[in-house]
Write a protein that binds this ligand. Sequence first.
Ligand code: COA
Length: 426
Amino acid sequence: MGKALDGVRILDFTHVQSGPTCTQLLAWFGADVIKVERPGTGDITRGQLQDVKGADSLYFTMLNHNKRSITIDSKNPKGKEVLEALIKTCDVLVENFAPGALDRMGLTWDHIQSLNPRMIVASIKGFGPGKYADCKVYENVAQCAGGAASTTGFRDGLPLVTGAQIGDSGTGLHLALGIVTALFQRETTGRGQRVDAAMQDGVLNLCRVKLRDQQRLAHGPLTEYSQFGEGIPFGDAVPRAGNDSGGGQPGRILKCKGWETDPNAYIYFITQAPVWEKICDVIGEPEWKAHPDFAKPAARLPRLNQIFERIEQWTMTKTKFEAMDILNEYDIPCGPILSMKEIAEEESLRATGTVVEVDHPVRGKYLSVGNPIKLSDSPTEVKRSPLLGEHTQEVLRDVLGFSDARVQEIEASGALGAPPQRIAAE
Ligand code: COA
């Protein structure tokens, strides 16, 4: 079966996490992604957090599926020649170098356009134009600068970063959308364009509801925050709200049976207004259905601590899965706190290809997250990440059509580095 992005060729100049998540998605949708890496070391993540000696790390393998790898020294004149040839034949160049690095390689927008006016140049930087534009940025910096950290955690504790990689993978997702949109527009204009996604902007986009709350503060307290019921006054900025639900339906994380020893024996419980009466029945407080302190959502807001304490007395008598089964029978929105171990073993995620087992010639079998976006006419087949420089020869000969003599000349210049890693067994 064909793939949605068949025929699209990506010159992938990305490294670490943010850019690679973007190009991995494009590869899963069928684009031919040619990852350019520095000879010798390649993407720095190949060697970071290594768990199997001598094998590419999971950090690298889980972010670079379905790509080809070619090693080129972009600062070597012959290497530049190869890059320029690739620019002429690719549709999109994706990069997430530190600000200015692409220009320092001589690959300015003007130069790229002169080589290929149809080329889309997509970049991730930490910040957009402004006083921080030149700063290097990693995940947690973006979470802090994008409003996530100041609004995550408990009111009386430190700002917190979250485990979800909203700065890196989140911005990679934003960039991927920008790229396919630019490809779509190119169909009518015939021109390429620049696609820029700043990590601060991407995080802020995901923290949209907190900017909403910032403005609501001007009109009174945020009544769905626990702080309101506790009688603690609000300051001039959105506070950290612990595990309070971000929407209009109050929610909390509650203990379940076994919480004393299992750090994940918890459930997220939402007191959604339409099912309030069912909640009262389930927890054994049927009289709350008509009680003036509990019957209506507005009356409940100042009493959320009391309400959730009562619900927790019930959840503590059930495991998170038992509670989930009972609550779902009544359409009460809830979710178990799943550990990564439980997620790795979850059969339904395996069945949909969201968790996949991949075989790698050096490290053997490992688990990865497959494509979370399912297209009915473009199914994703997750293929292992490439070894460093595995496809250098193939790309020079088959994609660029270089003769043996030309390939030898480029090799002799040192632009391709040492011969690629050998594959022991496949
Ligand atoms: N051949 C030769 N040189 C190469 C090369 C190649 N194939 N690939 C990269 N390089 C060079 C670059 O040209 C650059 O050289 P220069 O500084 O002399 O111009 C150098 O490698 C380092 O690149 P840089 O991007 O600065 O890497 P870094 O490790 O110092 O910084 C980041 C890493 C992530 C902090 C930085 O790239 C960044 O801020 N990126 C944008 C934001 C981002 O994506 N952050 C999230 C990462 S998950």
